[in-house]
Ligand binder design. Structure first.
Ligand SMILES: [Zn+2]
Length: 176
């Protein structure tokens, strides 16, 4: 991912409302720790409200994620939408702070929103993912796998006998 895309310059920002738009796609997840998200096409709209000593960040996310079905691991699209509010403060990011507060070091004039956006997207992914139970149009690969397994267990009972019989018949025919 091009990290610069998710960076906002804070110096010289006028008091008032500022709007930003970001696109989260598959490359956003590259190089991140194990994630259950296989892909994404999510639009992030950020409204930055600057007051005299405070900055409020309102994130609106909408789009589609791709995740694996819990039952058959087949990839399927998950519609997501989320709204999150955060406050931006200067301080020591290592120190404890409320969940809805984003802390950046004193003197830092750039805000990287990729981490909070990653967390919002992760939270937006449903914990239970069995699309076939909700969408009658979604066919679980589980069904296909089960059928394939049934066919393959039937095979050894019939085919080897047939094959040997055919071979013997061929041998007899050639000898005559
Ligand atoms: Zn499935």
């Amino acid at each position: 991912m091009d990290k610069k895309q998710f960076i906002i310059r804070l110096n010289g920002l006028a008091v008032g409302s500022h709007l930003y738009e970001f696109e989260v796609n598959d490359t956003f997840f590259e190089g991140r720790e194990y994630s259950e998200i296989e892909g994404a096409e999510v639009k992030v709209e950020l409204e930055l409200l600057k007051q005299n000593s405070l900055i409020q960040l309102n994130f609106t996310l909408s789009g589609t994620l791709r995740a694996a079905c819990d039952r058959c691991t087949k990839s399927y699209p998950v519609e997501v939408s989320a709204y999150e509010e955060m406050l931006l403060k200067h301080g020591n990011p290592e120190e404890e702070h409320p969940e809805n507060v984003l802390v950046i070091p004193f003197g830092e004039n750039e805000l990287d929103i990729s981490q909070p956006v990653y967390e919002f997207i992760s939270l937006a992914l449903p914990a239970r993912r069995v699309p076939c139970e909700e969408d009658p149009g979604f066919k679980c690969d589980y069904e296909t796998l089960k059928k394939l397994n049934d066919v393959s267990t039937d095979e050894p009972e019939q085919n080897p006998g047939d094959t040997i019989w055919d071979k013997l018949k061929n041998v007899d025919f050639n000898n005559n």
